[in-house]
Structure formats: structure tokens, C-alpha cells
Design a protein around this ligand. Structure first.
Ligand code: FMN
Length: 326
């Protein structure tokens, strides 16, 4: 199997810049590269002088108890992007099994091909007891309705919409194109699915407040791993101002360039309630199936736990801005 991913020691978007399909960021790839670079600039404050007590990485997010506040990000088009010889259904089953075995939660993705890229992943979530979050692209009403229809008889935990896919040329050119969403159109999704609703692809205070106005339960501070617009700010740069603007009554996730449990810790310190990991988890799954992904997830959780040990944090809520510096 010859994969399109170069499997760089550091997954930072440099070698694959511009490669879409593939794993790169859009155009020069600078948005992907900046996500990874800025994450490295956040430094963790070592301070071990505290009580020697057990460390708990557990969290409860959207009423779901998790072993750690870490999610597998939606990654669609696994054949086209990775060159992997695996169906979208099998890939997502592997993701969901690894999540089940490690106590975390996975998202599924979406694409033009309703059956292969949405219905099969949604079926995988259903077949894993509904323990997964489905993602719908910001299609015009007809496309959203088709997906709501698919979900009618399926079990799933929550639904996300990756609103930042609104400008993708390929998706705008189709018979049922994507569109920009306003608060009213977002509310339509939430009201028709009656599940926790997550708006993914928020990079500004304005967008976060529109999602809040629409009744979203959570947002993902994300630029789609740098795949939708060149020269964006990094997600970790905009996270603190967005967290401050939405207040405590909204769950905030972040993704982009999270490459270790130490990076998870940095995001939590800067105000995120949880993180999504894209390429490193997807690659582990493509190469090693559910067992490969399980190993990588456990590594992230172990690293998060040892970082907590080294910073005097005994539980997730102890992780705050005082634990990191720039
Ligand atoms: C190949 C590929 C496919 C993706 N497909 C989707 C998708 O269908 N829906 C979505 O919301 N995000 C999608 N994303 C974005 C990821 O969910 C996530 O936001 C991003 O990969 C996070 O950055 P990281 O890969 O640096 O961790 C995709 C990303 C990649 C690399």
C-alpha cells in the first residue's frame, strides 16, 4: 500500500503543502504550518511542588463521560486523501472501536457522495451503539435535509456542521452545493435533529457569537487543518479571545496541529474544554487499524497525565492559563 502521507517525524504541513487531495494545507499550506508552529510556541510551566496525589484525566463533555477530553476529528475521503485501500465504513468502524476501547469519542465526516461519505460513516456510528458524532457539511437545505433523512432511524450522540467548508470550490460546484450559513440556517439543523449541536470551523469572536445565537451547544475553533483558506491565523492564537467571548455556558473545542498530550494540555490551559486530533490519529488508523489508533490515543492520554503530574494538576479543571507561557 503506497500512502500519499509522507509520515514525517513532525506532522507540520511542510512536506505536503498544497496537496489536496492528499494531506496538505490549501495553496501555500501556511495555515496548516502556522497551526503547528504556534502550538510549539506555547511553553508549559514545570512545577512539581504540590501534594503527591492521583492524577485524573477524565472529563464529562456534552453529558458524555470520557477518559480524557480528546476526540478523533472527522476525516472524510480516506481513499482519495490517503491512498488507503479501505472503505469509508471500515475506516470509521476502526476509529469508533479504538474510541470505545480507550474511552474517548470520534467524529465522522461528510462529502459530495451522500452514500459513501455520509451514510456509511453514519451507519458505522449507529452500529457502534450511537457512540459517535456525525458531521454534516454546510449544504443548501436540500443537501442538509437528505442527511437529516439518513439520520432519522440512526443512533448518534451529537451532530456537527463544519461551516468552514462553505467556500470549497468542488463542493460549491455540485448539484447540491454548500453555502454560507447564518444563525437561522444553523438553528434549522439543531431543531430538526434534536441532539447536541456543534458548529465546527469557528475562527473569530463574531462567528462564535453567531453559533451561540443559533443555539449551538458547542463550537470547534478550527480552520479545517488549514485546508479551506491560506494564510489564516493559527487556531491556538484565536482560542483565548473566543473562549472569553462565549463565556462559561458554551463548550469550546479546538483542533489544528495538536501532536501530543502536551499539546492537548496547552489547549486546555488556554480555555478549551476538549480537543480534536486529525491527521496523526487518521494516519495511525489507516496504517494500524483500530489497534494502531488505540496505541496512539493511549500515548496522548499518558502524555497528558504525565504533563499534569509535572505541572501540579490533579484533575482537568486544575489546568489553567497559569500553567503555560509564550
Ligand atoms: C484528509 C482530511 C479530510 C478531512 N475531512 C473533514 C470532514 O469531512 N469534515 C470536517 O469537519 N473536517 C474534516 N477535516 C478536518 C479535520 O476534522 C480537522 O479539523 C483537522 O484535520 C485538524 O487539524 P490536524 O489534522 O492538524 O489535527 C479533514 C482533514 C483532513 C486532513
Amino acid at each position: 500500500m503506497s500512502l500519499k502521507c509522507r509520515e514525517c517525524k513532525e506532522c507540520n504541513g511542510i512536506a505536503c503543502r498544497g496537496e489536496i487531495p492528499g494531506l496538505g494545507g490549501k495553496d501555500t499550506g501556511r495555515s496548516f504550518i502556522r497551526n503547528a508552529e504556534k502550538m510549539k510556541e506555547v511553553k508549559i510551566n514545570l512545577d512539581v511542588l504540590c501534594d503527591d496525589a492521583p492524577i485524573f484525566t477524565e472529563a464529562e463533555i456534552l453529558s458524555q463521560k470520557m477518559a480524557a477530553p480528546i476526540f478523533v476529528a472527522p476525516v472524510a475521503g480516506i481513499k482519495g486523501n490517503y491512498g488507503a485501500d479501505i472503505s469509508e465504513y471500515d475506516y470509521n468502524c476502526n476509529v469508533l472501536k479504538a474510541c470505545e476501547d480507550t474511552g474517548i469519542v470520534g467524529f465522522t465526516g461528510d462529502g459530495i457522495d451522500l452514500e459513501n461519505l455520509f451514510a456509511l460513516p453514519a451507519q458505522a456510528v449507529n452500529d457502534h451503539g450511537g457512540k459517535g458524532i456525525v458531521t454534516i457539511k454546510p449544504w443548501i437545505k436540500e443537501g442538509v435535509d437528505a442527511r437529516i433523512d439518513v439520520l432519522k432511524d440512526k443512533k448518534f450522540m451529537a451532530v456537527a456542521m463544519d461551516v468552514d467548508a462553505a467556500g470549497l470550490p468542488l463542493l460549491r460546484a455540485g448539484k447540491t452545493p454548500v453555502e454560507n450559513k447564518n444563525a437561522e440556517k444553523l438553528r434549522y439543523v439543531k431543531e430538526n435533529l434534536n441532539k447536541p449541536f456543534i458548529v465546527k470551523g469557528v475562527m473569530s469572536v463574531h462567528a462564535a457569537l453567531v453559533a451561540k445565537e443559533a443555539g449551538a451547544d458547542a463550537i470547534v475553533v478550527s480552520n479545517h487543518g488549514g485546508r479551506v483558506l491560506d494564510d489564516c491565523k493559527a487556531t491556538i492564537e484565536v482560542l483565548p479571545e473566543i473562549v472569553k467571548a462565549v463565556g462559561d455556558d458554551m463548550t469550546v473545542f479546538v483542533d489544528g496541529g495538536i501532536r501530543s498530550g502536551m499539546d492537548v494540555f496547552k489547549c486546555l490551559a488556554l480555555g478549551a474544554d476538549g480537543v480534536l486530533v486529525g491527521r496523526p490519529f487518521a494516519l495511525s488508523c489507516v496504517k494500524g487499524g483500530s489497534e494502531g489508533l488505540e496505541k496512539t490515543i493511549r500515548l496522548y492520554i499518558d502524555q497528558l497525565q504525565s504533563t499534569m503530574r509535572m505541572t501540579g494538576c490533579h484533575s482537568i479543571k486544575d489546568i489553567d492559563a497559569s500553567k503555560v507561557s509564550f
